[in-house]
Design a protein. Sequence first.
Length: 140
Amino acid sequence: MATNRTFTMIKPDAFEAGNSGAILKMIEEAGFKIVAMKATQLSKELAGKFYAVHSERPFYADLCAYMSSGPIIAAILEKDNAVEDFRKLIGATNPADAAEGTIRKIFAKSIEANAVHGSDSDENAAIEGAFYFSQFERVG
Ligand code: IDP
């Protein structure tokens, strides 16, 4: 059953370009409520932990370097069918393949610097939200 929360990060490329506000506006206009949010910067080690599932992939070292290269915004979002609907809103991993009107199509610079993260399952949404936020740093 789909839960009603997902987790997102506005990645260093989008933060640096000053696109955080525009992206958050698209997220709210699509019906998501922001129930936790912070600006922070990952160390390479923490980026490695967050993306541990990709540790065998050839792009893992680059991804960890990129994700720790500058500030990000982390947020938990609430909406019916949150995980699936948010993946639709952000579009395909590679912006070249992303549908028109999606966040990655509009803001991503490359397959790596692709503007936003979105959890790929309800289970990962809960794990990723808990990676950044304690129960005192979120609504509900
Ligand atoms: P997703 O973010 O769309 O779920 P994943 O396959 O889980 O995509 O990959 C995690 C992140 O790793 C991507 O968002 C992107 O930043 C980076 N990435 C994925 N594939 C590549 C690649 O082929 N080259 C470089 N970076 C990649």
